[in-house]
Design a protein. Sequence first.
Length: 94
Amino acid sequence: MDWIPMVGEPYYYVSGDSIILKNYWDKSLYDLSNYYCGNCFKTEQDALANKDDVVLRLNEAFSMRASKYGLSLVARRELCYLIYLKENLIMSVK
């Protein structure tokens, strides 16, 4: 994760249907979830090149939780972000 968009800047990500989509960064939970799950790319070509890896990583990381709770890919992205916060940000405040 060496690149993070500026507010208003476009980025590309892989949708739940494995389609490359464009979004504009506004630091929303959705944006941050994509970013911390490794699903935030500067170009459409970068997203396309990483598509299979992103989908595989998200599915592997949350397959047990997803099947147990029926989480969608979007919910799994948000869960990934919340886990990141818990393990990295919240722990550093204590």
